[in-house]
Write a protein that binds this ligand. Sequence first.
Ligand code: SF4
Length: 376
Amino acid sequence: MNSEKIPGLYIHIPFCISKCHYCDFYSSTYVSAVPNFLNAVFKEMEMYRNRFDVFDTLYIGGGTPSLLSPKQLKDILTSVQKNFGLMADSEVTVETNPADLDQSPLESMRQMGINRINIGIQSFDEKVLGFLGRRHSAKQALSAIEASRKAGFENIGVDLIYGVPGQEMDSWLDTLKRAVAFSPEHLSCYQLTLGAETPLGIRYQAEEFLMPGEELQYEFFIKTSEFLEDAGYIHYEVSNFARGMQYASRHNQKYWDHSPYLGLGPSAHSFQSNRRWRNHRSLDQYLVAVNAGNLPVEETETLTMEQLRLEAVYLGLRTKRGVNFEDFKNRYQYDLFTEKREMLNRLLEEGFISIQDGRLSPTQAGLAVADSLALI
Ligand code: SF4
């Protein structure tokens, strides 16, 4: 399946200078292990060189890739080119923390061919940043966007978080206003979720604070969507907005339409044909496996046609593009329009979906409850 689609490459840099209080991603603050880790990633690339050829997106995420030196980033790009190859018009993204974005590293990134930068700003409200345990200030966030533009980045993404305990709607709208003032090409607005093991998750279970209720979360979601659409952004996925579809994340779209992708580094996921696999989460286990000459895979799953089909509906209903009935039928051998006619009519009446030109798409209200819509 999808052998005709060009895969994307994800590289997980599992290091952070300090841990944010809400973070559930795998990352270590033991940054002196970076050189060993990079050597292992280069070996992992070699192990896949006969299974993957050329990529058209590269996403260096984390963790905090911006704590790598320009030379280390350059070595990653060189190794990707050596083992696989990147198409000429590839989207090459690096995730960054505003505290790391001085002019000089940004210029180096631009020169080495990184053409998209994603900045984890989260908020322009110092109180919110403090609560979340971010290591940068609102002022650093502003200079990071300015410096990125000055370095020549024409595709800037900004990550923001809403639904933080104690956060007023005005504070959130002010953060959106300040972000939009720079006309970033892309915005990701995530609702705060707390993993049980995170410092904030533990405090929440100890009832130190309340999380916003469902109604307030819905209001945050709808106000965000309205504000950004008024500002000219396309709400193209539950949490993602683009200033024109040419700026929609090409890499992330691969996750949503069952395109193949290879993930390298601890905890990275990969998908090819109907197989999905995940690397060891822990850096130590990852290093042991790779250094012994083995693929660092911890879990592999082969998806049945039924599972792929359900996933395709779930993922499709999270995007404005939705699901094309004819393509769906060809790809998953299932006539969604006929088989689920009754359910679709009900969702249509309730205003959660629209059906037009042979395509099923979520409305704005549908995007807000996309997870439950997928139960059809
Ligand atoms: S910078 Fe990102 S990956 Fe690192 S601890 Fe904070 S949220 Fe997690």
